[in-house]
Ligand binder design. Structure first.
Ligand code: ACK
Length: 905
């Protein structure tokens, strides 16, 4: 032990000898991780020591605790500021607890001071103490204590101070020791930044914090790629390096969407139209996008987008053509009505425009005319359209101020927002002939003598051009037009001579212009009462002027066509082909022979009496191709069948009217024989109505009836009696125009009144006198017309339902008449009942029917009046069965409701 102690003290002495000048060997075994004995420094010294992991580290140490008034400085090199405004100084150091140092007096300190000095000079060799500014006095959080001695753990203090450095390019730091035992292990100098970030699609750069601890640096962000500013993007960089208060931001450009802070292109099939914060949307219906980044989707072929359509709207199409265009001519006005197109193209902005063309006659029935059809000219500006000509929202227009005797074609086009872009025109046309001329008025009779008088009149208010002449027609009232005389004059008066005294005469006057005759004036009925005395002609005490407008009751005028036709020189009369000895002569007089090569048969559409009926196309040289119906005569026919078959064409070929089926021609030079007529898209009226049960407005139904009446008036004017007028023999075209067809029955029926009862008579449609004794006249056609009215209003119901023919004949004989169909306006049923007057002379003429229907169309209000609440009595009256009133009343049937319970039995 003594030897060991001796060696130890020797060692201590030896060590003391090795300490450099300015230091003294001290036992600092309480320094953790340090040599037990070190040379204590009077100034700062750079010393290597071991850290807690026994790794040698360099430190600056000072430990001059035994001497008073220490002032030892340690200074750093120049530190560039690099834009920082506030720097942080983190000092790691160990500090000796004065109490733990043996033998130290009150001179020992446990703090040191931190200074800084701003400078632009990076190599200042000497800086006065007074140039330094004190940052702080730094004390240790941890210091060596007794506890630490045994485990040799070095307690490292870390202190951070911050200092504002804004005036120079850099600065120096200095550590002042005033008598502590310190080892500076590390000094870290740093400044803080708010890191680069993206907020609200704006990029904010790495930003150095402000000079003061409370300062906020305002930073403006820049929009990320493919985005644009919504509101100026701004944020504040706080002193601790945190971003604060984001304001504003950016929005992804059209075609791009926000995907995790970046704007990414919309993928195919998607689009984005505007800068917004919503994502890309799927392309709307009927559109697509093939490339990324679409701002709008392209429409599929055949679909369009109007300029004003939003990109989110589906692509749409122009509408199809308006449907069921009908026209009703009233004097010089036409009411056009149509139904909306079948396809609206996915839009709701359908509007209509009406074009008016004046076309050469002969184009009647042309299905569609192009706007610039060479044979048509636009109507003048004097034509008035109400409510307008273009941009119509309603499906009705009244065209007035038309020229009389002129053939017009109206083209109704449907359009919508994409019609112009698509360039597709969808039109329906209807051709009408304005036939009515304003009648002459104020007819007066003067200078009356025994056998003569002078007639004068006013010219029409609105004549259709220069009046070329006037035609005066007059007859004895009793003769009822069976025999009449015609006079023509250029002036507005005429002397009528050769009259019979004591006779009532009827006078009519009409004007003729280059366009043809106008309508006859209302009749002037004049009683030529003559007193014969002393050679003096005495004008009657009373000359009665009765200008009568025919009203609800119809007077008989032209029912007996046979008698009429030889008496009416002004009107073209139908010629019965059976009066020709050689039937081929008739056919070639009235029908055009067509070369079979110009006919293209497409399909069979039905069975006619003589063979198949087909549809097809006909292209005649120099003319447009048209659709036609082709009736053929089946092989193996007899001579009579051939004659009967072709006679229909001979009859049809004599007619030219928009409501009579038009004959295009015949094929007789090769087999099979064919009759070619215009094609009627909707086939027979009865089947058509049954197919569209309840789908038409009353006005539309009346429009159809009006067409049939007009055709029948034409036939009756030509003295043709149809004999088989029924809805099945009316054909309907795509414009809902009804045309009378089937001119076969007249020749099939025996004309001999004595002929035995034939089952070929369509009993339900035929007037009683025609069934009973073959008295077929225009008046019997009027009866049939009444039945057609009933068929039309009841949408193709079978007249008298399932009653058999005998029961029908009996019921009619007993005064029974078909009741009003459901929803039938009273006026229409009344007109039907008038057509079914037992006395044929009491039935209206087709001309009167036409006037009546025109009036109804002009005043649709009258058509809206449906059957009033009837009593049983009124109902029986309306169907001509009044006589059962008491029987029903006695049986307790006093209300219509109770009648519903009535069984057949
Ligand atoms: O009711 P639907 O279709 O119209 O069936 C009959 C069939 O032929 C036998 O007569 C039709 N038909 C007759 N003439 C024509 C025509 N001009 N246009 C179209 N269809 C017609 C009729």
């Amino acid at each position: 032990l003594c030897l060991f102690l001796l060696l130890f003290f020797f060692f201590l002495f030896f060590l003391q000898l090795l300490c450099p000048s300015g230091t003294v060997l001290k036992n600092i075994s309480k320094y953790r991780n340090a040599n037990l004995n070190v040379c204590l420094h009077f100034q700062w010294e750079e010393v290597s020591i071991m850290d807690e992991k026994n790794i040698p580290i360099r430190t600056y140490q000072v430990c001059n605790v035994l001497e008073p008034s220490q002032n030892n400085w340690l200074r750093t090199d120049w530190i560039p500021r690099s834009g920082a405004q506030r720097v942080y100084v983190e000092v790691k150091f160990t500090l000796r607890d004065c109490n733990s140092l043996p033998g130290v007096t009150g001179t020992c300190k446990e703090t040191f001071n931190l200074y800084y000095h701003e400078s632009n000079d990076d190599r200042e060799s000497y800086i006065k103490e007074s140039s330094f500014i004190k940052v702080d006095t730094v004390a240790a959080d941890e210091s060596f204590t007794q506890v630490d001695v045994g485990d040799r753990i070095m307690k490292l203090n870390t202190e951070v101070r911050d200092v504002k450095v804004t005036t120079r390019k850099g600065f120096y730091l200095a550590f002042q020791d005033v008598g502590a035992c310190i080892a500076l292990v590390s000094v870290r100098v740093f400044y803080k930044t708010c890191p680069l970030t993206i907020r609200n699609l704006a990029t904010f750069p790495d930003t150095v914090t402000g000079a003061d601890t409370s300062s906020l640096v305002e930073v403006r962000g820049s929009c990320v790629n493919q985005s644009e500013e919504r509101e100026e993007p701004k944020m504040y960089c706080g002193a601790d390096g945190e971003w604060l208060v984001p304001i504003g931001g950016c929005l992804c450009n059209p075609g791009y969407e926000d995907k995790g802070g970046a704007c990414k292109a919309c993928t195919a099939g998607f689009y984005k139209a505007k800068s917004s914060d919503v994502g890309c949307s799927k392309c709307p219906p009927h559109s697509h996008s093939l490339r990324d980044g679409a701002t709008v989707c392209d429409c599929h072929s055949g679909y369009y987008r109007a300029d004003t359509d939003p990109p989110a709207m589906a692509c749409t199409q122009p509408p199809s053509a308006p449907q069921q265009l009908i026209s009703v001519v009233n004097k010089t006005s036409v009411v056009l009505e149509w139904s909306p197109p079948r396809r609206l193209g996915g839009r709701s902005d359908t509007s209509y425009s009406v074009d008016c063309l004046i076309c050469q006659t002969g184009l009647t029935g042309t299905k569609i005319l192009s706007r610039n059809h060479s044979l048509c000219l636009p109507c003048g500006s004097d034509v008035v359209f109400s409510p307008g000509q273009t941009d119509l929202k309603a499906t009705r227009v009244v065209v007035s101020e038309l020229r009389a005797h002129t053939h017009y074609t109206f083209i109704v086009q449907a359009g919508n927002g994409v019609s112009q872009i698509s360039g597709a025109g969808t039109a329906q046309s209807v051709s009408v002939t304005v036939t009515t001329n304003q009648a002459v008025s104020s007819i007066q009779a003067t200078d009356v003598t025994r056998h003569s008088l002078s007639l004068s009149w006013q010219q029409p208010d609105r004549p259709n051009g220069v009046i070329l002449e006037y035609e005066v027609k007059f007859y004895e009232k009793d003769q009822r037009e069976r025999s009449y005389r015609i006079m023509r004059t250029f002036s507005r008066s005429v002397d009528v001579t050769g009259l019979n005294p004591l006779t009532v005469y009827v006078f009519h006057v009409r004007a003729r212009t280059a366009a043809g005759y106008g309508e006859f004036s209302d009749s002037l009925i004049f009683w030529l009462v003559i007193s014969v005395g002393v050679g003096i002609l005495l004008l009657i005490s009373a000359a009665v002027f009765i200008i009568s407008r025919r009203r609800s009751k119809y007077s008989k005028t032209k029912q007996d066509s046979e008698e009429e036709k030889h008496l009416n020189p002004g009107v073209k009369i139908y010629v019965d082909p059976f009066t020709y000895e050689d039937p081929d002569q008739a056919i070639h007089e009235f029908a055009k022979e067509i070369d079979v090569s110009s006919i293209h048969i497409e399909r069979v559409i039905g069975m006619g009496e003589f063979g198949e009926v087909c549809s097809g196309r006909l292209r005649l040289q120099g003319k447009r191709e048209i659709y036609v119906a082709i009736k053929s005569l089946k092989a193996g026919y007899s001579d009579k069948q051939r004659r009967d078959f072709l006679s229909e064409a001979s009859i049809m070929g004599q007619f030219d009217h928009p409501n009579i089926i038009r004959l295009e021609g015949v094929v007789t030079r090769c087999k099979p024989l064919m009759i070619i007529t215009e094609y009627m898209e909707n086939g027979s009226l009865d089947a058509f109505l049954r197919k569209h049960d309840g789908q038409f407005t009353v006005i539309q139904l009346v429009g159809m009836l009006r067409g049939i009446a007009s055709g029948m008036k034409y036939l009756s004017d030509m003295s043709y009696v149809h004999r088989d007028l029924a809805a099945r023999n009316i054909l309907v075209n795509s414009n809902l125009v009804c045309k009378v067809s089937d001119f076969g029955l007249s020749r099939v029926l025996e004309d001999d009144p004595e002929a035995a009862y034939t089952t070929r008579i369509p009993i339900r449609w035929t007037a009683p006198e025609a069934i009973a004794y073959r008295k077929f006249t225009t008046a019997s056609d009027v009866w049939s017309y009444g039945i057609v009215m009933w068929e039309v209003v009841s949408y193709g119901e079978r007249p008298y339902w399932d009653m058999n023919n005998q029961d029908v004949i009996k019921a009619i004989e007993e005064g029974y008449r078909l009741p009003a169909p459901m929803d039938c306006p009273v006026v229409l049923h009344q007109l039907m009942l008038d057509c079914w007057e037992r006395e044929r002379a009491e039935r209206p003429t087709f001309s009167q029917i036409l006037n009546m229907l025109d009036k109804l169309i002009r005043n649709p209000g009258t058509l809206q009046v449906c059957m009033p609440e009837w009593s049983v009595c009124e109902w029986l009256q309306s169907i001509g069965l009044e006589r059962y009133r008491d029987t029903l009343a006695a049986a307790g049937y006093t209300s219509l409701d109770s009648l519903l319970a009535l069984t057949h039995q």
